[in-house]
Design a protein around this ligand. Sequence first.
Ligand code: AHN
Ligand code: ZN
Length: 329
Amino acid sequence: MRYSNLFFVLFLGVSMMSLSMCKNKQSDQIGKSEAVTAPDYDADSAFYFVKLQTDFGPRVPNTAAHDSCADALTQVLLQYCDTVINQIYSAKAYNGTTLHGNNIVGVFNPEKEKRILLSAHWDSRHVADHDPVEANRKQPIDGANDGASGVGVLLELARQLAMHRPEVGVDIVLFDLEDYGPEEGYNAPEGEWWGLGSQYWANNPHVADYKANYGILLDMVGDPSARFRYEYSSYIYANDVQKLVWSAAYKLGFSSTFVTKQSNPIIDDHTYINTIAKIPMIDIIHQEDGTGTGFPATWHTLNDNISHIDKNMLATVGKTLLYVIYNEK
Ligand code: AHN
Ligand code: ZN
């Protein structure tokens, strides 16, 4: 399964490359100067990269599926990036379990001073503690939206960056151990139990003295009805980045998805990038009123599976990021 997936990725890479070369040739022949500010972003390919992850089943830390998925993600990034680093570490969970983490980092243009940090978490939650069916609440989840969607968007973005090199440096950091926080009702000891992987990276970046101009975190970007608001802690730490990204979305016609309305602050991986690494980072996260959790109805349930992923929403977010990246000089 994994090898056939890999061949599909390779095939997709080669076929898309030749497609885009044909396109350039054709526009030369017509002789018109197209105002192309960003290359194409392929919705089907982004969806493929989400399914590549969920096909392993839940990617819960300390399981074989988790480790196999790490290998697959590393292989994909190795095809597209200049350098790939696996940052291996351990962290203590709220319940005393020692978790084995792997932050996967793909680097474009390592020599460039000006850099953009792009992130999502690739682990999936160990318990469906918000499932409507009580009997399901100890089951692990696929995390198609919560985890895999953001990673899928970034993998397709990496494929595009390999075909059309950006002028700035780009670091894709796929955080592990984001979603192993205490389950609903658990009396956890005092501590920062979410975002263990980003806390580790913020204290131990993949290169010494790492700097980026700004960062963008993706979390739950695959629901067909996703809406992204000005999440309040991003607003406090990185409102300029929000404005930059939201105005890119507006230019592309995505103003009904990226809305300029403030919403509640979230503790997520960007929290530690802002507070520990001191890199201004926003969270593009789907928040929703009326579900009782502040998040979409599938959040931390068994319903967070591939059947609720919309490839066009993945492309909306991916195109917005590409626009931002290609407009940096
Ligand atoms: C808290 O619930 C404290 N943070 C949510 C972060 C998260 C979990 N994002 C996805 N899953
Ligand atoms: Zn989660």
